[in-house]
Design a protein around this ligand. Sequence first.
Ligand code: SAH
Ligand code: SF4
Ligand code: F3S
Length: 466
Amino acid sequence: MNKEELIQQEYIEKARAYVAEYKRLIGHEPSSCVVTFGCQMNARDSEKLCGILEQAGFILSNDENADLVVYNTCTVRDNANQRVYGRLGALHSMKKKNPNKKIALCGCMMQEESVVTFIREKYGFVDLIFGTHNIFKFAELLCDMFSSDEMVVDIWKDTDEIVEELPTKRKFPYKSGINIMFGCNNFCTYCIVPYVRGRERSREPEDIVREIKKLSCDGVKEVMLLGQNVNSYGKNLDKEVTFAQLLQMVEQIDGIERIRFMTSHPKDLSDDLINVMKNSTKICRHLHLPLQSGSDRILKAMNRHYTKEKYIDLALKIRREIPDIAITTDIIVGFPTEEDVDVDDTIDVIKKVGFDNAFTFIYSKRTGTPAASMEQVDEATVKRNFDRVLKVVQETARNAVSKYEGMIMDALCEEVNEHDPGLLNGRLSNNTIVHFAGEKDLIGQIVPVRLTECHGFYYTGELCRN
Ligand code: SAH
Ligand code: SF4
Ligand code: F3S
């Protein structure tokens, strides 16, 4: 443990005393509910928040009627912000009925000054606000919150510290995300992430391997290595290590059966990585490779550092080398100055690559990013082009996914199906979901499943018993 980690352990002890006092005040075991918005990074951060809450003496719950509610927010698109404001209204009504209720806000949205000012003005009932860089201080911040009658606000502009060895409470016993790097240096002109997550910094490979070994001893079978651009992993370390080399180290760890990673920027994807994936028995047959746009002019304005042709060449090379791989992507429609011909180019790439799935987003203007001051596209044009893109995505995805119909593939049993308790949801190596009849005790196991019918993005199937 480093110095900060030791200090925070002490604060967890102090927080326990505050939580015990809080229990006497409210007359029952204090409960807490952490709500996660946004990406896998936030989901992992929420596991850290839950770990600290549990050690401090809170019961964890999924119900926002809990005594303490924490919103771990996202600000990548404006609708993420609007959702938080909407739900804060509902929390306010709950707090009026239960004045001892505590409300904390953290995550990417809180790194924006204008947001914090707005919350101070309009949502004065919030008890604690902190950001992405000081999340490791959560125990200390809980102490501050319990000892203050006013809103506690602690936001750091940036950090070069990495504080990771703190309690975590994993959502799934059999799989886990692991941060391999933080922040982003790419500054795609539409994107707010570099402003709210700070500069890119990688963790030492030894620390990552040690954490995964521990997870493996704890029963974890699948790990997902997390970073905004994993392909540039290791560039700022004293002893440079590439992402391909890191994957090889993780591959050696006993007990880990599946390795995934998010996200790969096309500009930095190396031949070494393709080779390592190709020769690996553990790295999943899935690559998320955000395209954003297929138009050279728009890609340049987005600061993406690749062309339509380069992207297609790369995707087809990967498909040639690893034929059973699923390639998924992110697409933005309505970037400033985008015209129909640009969207035609995007559609052309979708058809040529034949994505297994694509998340299509309407461009959202983010204050402070370069694209916010470029000429915006009118809503009707964006809507029309969005529908055009979506239609092609659905067609190509169905084609790509359905080619495995009738085959038997390994699925990791993840959970009981939310609509039919007789069914389990399994995940294939290529990230496709399959629903099949099975007992709850299979959860966490990897089992062979026959893929009987493709329903667009997912399958129904049958468990193959020996
Ligand atoms: N680091 C990842 C992406 C993180 S954000 C990468 O570079 O691929 C996830 C996705 O949100 C992006 O791929 C992009 O498609 C989308 N996105 C980011 N900013 C956006 C904005 N301002 N409007 C709409 N979509 C956006
Ligand atoms: Fe945003 Fe681009 Fe960084 Fe991804 S690579 S987080 S899209 S700036
Ligand atoms: Fe959102 Fe922050 Fe992730 S802005 S997408 S939660 S890095």
